[in-house]
Design a binder for this molecule. Structure first.
Ligand code: UD2
Length: 319
């Protein structure tokens, strides 16, 4: 089978590409390297086709999608705070970019597009865990763009018969998550802080919770979503089904690293959701999704990966 993975040089993308290659598929990666890195593909570089380009350029998207049967659309501008700071940029990449991917997929008659959606679409739901039947009420521009991506996919299903599945990722973490940007995911930041003996920065009181999900689970969901029958047009939560507070994460890292490191508490971030936890029964039932790696094990593996690679680039200011 031939797959196009947009954002395939990024964190979740490159982990997905590794698995596709391991299973003997033919893979094209489209990535503009704005946050992804060619290094993430180093081990399989000669087994894939890599195209450097942006999903905002439909000609490039068409070229990359040539003869693809499945499209895993993971290319995006991530980060809630970045979207609060620059909603136009996030909109351009996440909404216009997704529209380009869908238009090209319709023209080229791909079998299915799997879209990397986000738990941020839910906003502050009054009850937990979050179920797909709840009305999304995003509270950040990022959440809006991810929700619109789902709606566009479903609409292309209705208007043009394009098969589509949206996976609402719940705070994915693991090897290759870049810790060096001010907008990096919290676990990447915390792991490297513990390794470098610097104080991890906590926005708020640290009692906010997330359904932190090890990347291998997300990769499993991505692959299942391509071929699962009766999944097209649907949205699925991809999490573990648990919620862990940032303070618990810090205690766990203390145990894993054997270090006592005090965190620095800062005011909460705009656009932040307080609690997040997935109900994954729909994904279990319809996709056969069965997360194999629990939080503690995933965190231990991730910490070990950062320790072994010590890849941290100097923090750089991003727009
Ligand atoms: C959102 C989505 C997630 C994914 C991600 C992509 C939710 C619940 N989750 O993640 O599914 O789409 O966006 O970017 O909307 N924090 C600190 N210190 C730090 C960094 C973060 O305390 O150095 C806090 C932050 O304020 C937040 C929590 O940690 O309360 C998680 O932040 P994050 O940026 O890792 O992920 P989040 O939840 O915005």
């Amino acid at each position: 089978m031939r797959y196009l993975v947009t954002g395939g040089a990024g964190f979740i993308g490159s982990n997905t590409v590794d698995e596709l290659v391991r299973r003997g598929h033919s893979v094209v990666v489209l990535d503009d390297l704005s946050s992804g890195k060619e290094d993430n593909l180093a081990e399989i570089r000669n087994k894939i086709t890599f195209i450097k380009g942006s999903i905002t350029d439909i000609e490039v998207v068409r070229k990359a999608m040539h003869e693809a049967e499945y499209v895993l659309h993971l290319g995006a501008r991530t980060s809630v705070p970045r979207s609060v700071k620059d909603p136009i940029d996030t909109n351009k990449i996440n909404i216009e970019g997704t529209l380009n991917v869908l238009v090209a997929a319709k023209e080229l008659k791909v079998k299915r597009v799997v879209f990397a959606a986000s738990s941020s679409a839910y906003g502050e739901t009054p009850t937990l865990p979050k179920v797909e039947t709840m009305q999304p009420q995003p509270i950040s521009p990022y959440g809006v763009t991810k929700y619109v991506g789902e709606l566009y996919g479903q609409t292309f299903g209705r208007c043009y018969g394009l098969e589509n599945v949206s996976l609402r990722y719940f705070n994915i973490f693991g090897p290759r998550q870049d810790p060096s940007s001010p907008y990096s995911g919290v676990l990447a930041k915390f792991c490297t802080a513990f390794l470098e003996d610097t104080k991890p920065m906590v926005f708020g009181d640290g009692e906010q919770t997330r359904d932190f999900t090890y990347v291998e689970n997300a990769v499993q969901a991505n692959l299942l979503a391509c071929e699962a029958p009766n999944a097209s047009g649907k949205v699925f939560n991809v999490g573990v089904g648990e919620r862990i507070s940032l303070n618990e994460v810090l205690r766990e890292l203390g145990k894993i690293s054997g270090k006592r490191i005090e965190a620095k508490y800062e005011p909460p971030r705009d656009g932040d959701i307080r609690d997040s936890q997935a109900d994954i029964s729909q994904a279990r039932e319809c996709l056969d999704y069965d997360p194999q790696v629990r939080f503690e094990e995933g965190l231990a593996r991730t910490f070990e990966w950062y320790r072994a690679t010590q890849t941290r680039a100097p923090a750089k200011a991003e727009k």
